[in-house]
Write a protein that binds this ligand. Structure first.
Ligand SMILES: [Zn+2]
Length: 350
């Protein structure tokens, strides 16, 4: 790009960031709904005929809003973006496999085989899985479960237990989300930082979940998503994200919390995309201890770094805290859990 154009670009950017935030983010409309149609296939082993729960339980859990299940979870944590309402539950079906065959599988690779057994069973019952965006195979017995390349297998064999934190995490993989990472942030369970963003479902089970029930069945629930996952799933369109290159510290920015009921017209996250080559992206989000996030230690503002298509939790800030590097200066001016607003100041030093 010619030098003259660059100068013009910088002039435009400086003009842009000197406006009050409400003017800078432009017109706000709600994000469009993204329909994801899943097939949930309930499968029994040939030698184990016990159906853990009736099919309507899974229909309520995976496809119906207002029940407190996964359809509500994914709508809420994507700020109304993901709609699982057209998903369908099929079964219970009996697979042409004995439970003893599971002992011959090696996990986690064997999950692929378990999903395939469910897919084959659905096909044998005339179900066209090609019309779905993803497949979840629920089996009534097993020793290992989770995401595979061809879908997700969930072992659901205890009528008294429903592992919602685990299931939401594996559904996150189904929707394309990678694990989240943390750097020098506790609690952490790996040297690489993988699973060390306890504020994000993609670090489960090292995550701030809470005990609760779904239709009388106990389990753990939450937490919601970090800003990286939310953006990946399309929940930060239409003015919900403020993307900046430079910013004046004197301009306060007000954030609404992720994973909570939508506050129409609100700003939910800031990303700092430095103009120089090779710089990573920093994001700022506000989290409120309620609903799917009720297991969090407190309200807080989180700083993440995004590099190599992964998110790294860098710092958890409370009111009055500051995160400073040679490039940025971020201060949490206030957090108001009642009005659910956090005010931050962001200054760039380049
Ligand atoms: Zn995982």
């Amino acid at each position: 790009m010619p030098v003259r154009s660059n100068r013009k670009l910088w002039a435009t950017l400086l003009l842009f960031v000197s406006f009050p935030v409400a003017a800078a983010i432009g017109p706000v409309t709600e994000a469009p709904v993204r329909k994801l149609r899943l097939a949930i296939i309930l499968c029994k082993f040939r030698d184990k005929q016990l159906e853990t729960r009736p099919a309507h339980f899974y229909k309520n859990y995976y496809t119906r809003l207002g029940t407190g299940g996964m359809a509500d979870y994914w709508r809420d944590v994507t700020l109304g973006t993901i709609d699982l309402g057209t998903s369908e539950v099929h079964g219970w079906f009996t697979m042409s496999h004995e439970s003893s065959e599971v002992a011959r599988l090696v996990f986690p690779g064997g999950r692929n085989t378990l999903v395939q057994w469910g897919r084959d069973t659905a096909a044998a019952h005339g179900i066209d899985l090609g019309k779905y965006d993803g497949v979840i195979v629920v089996q009534n017995w097993g020793v290992d479960h989770g995401a595979a390349g061809n879908g997700v297998v969930i072992v659901d064999q205890n009528p008294q237990l429903l592992e919602s934190t685990f299931i939401a995490h594996e559904m996150g993989h189904l929707f394309g989300l990678p694990h989240s990472f943390g750097e020098n942030v506790s609690p952490c369970i790996s040297a690489s930082g993988e699973y060390c963003d306890a504020w994000d479902i993609m670090s489960a089970m090292n995550a701030f979940y809470y005990p609760s029930t779904f239709q009388g069945v106990s389990g753990t629930f939450g937490p919601g998503l970090n800003v990286f996952a939310l953006r990946t799933l399309g929940g930060l369109r239409n003015g919900r994200l403020l993307s900046i290159q430079r910013h004046d510290f004197s301009d306060p920015i007000e954030l609404s919390p992720l994973n909570q009921p939508v506050q129409s017209g609100s700003l939910y996250a800031v990303e700092i995309r430095p103009a120089y080559h090779g710089a990573s992206i920093l994001t700022i989000e506000y989290r409120h201890k309620a609903d799917w996030d009720r297991g969090l230690p407190s309200d807080a503002v989180l700083i993440h770094e995004e590099k190599n298509l992964r998110s790294y939790l860098k710092r958890v800030l409370l009111a009055g805290d500051r995160y400073s590097t040679t490039a940025v200066n971020i201060e949490v001016v206030s957090i108001d859990p009642v009005s659910q607003k956090a005010t931050v100041r962001i200054g760039t030093n380049y």
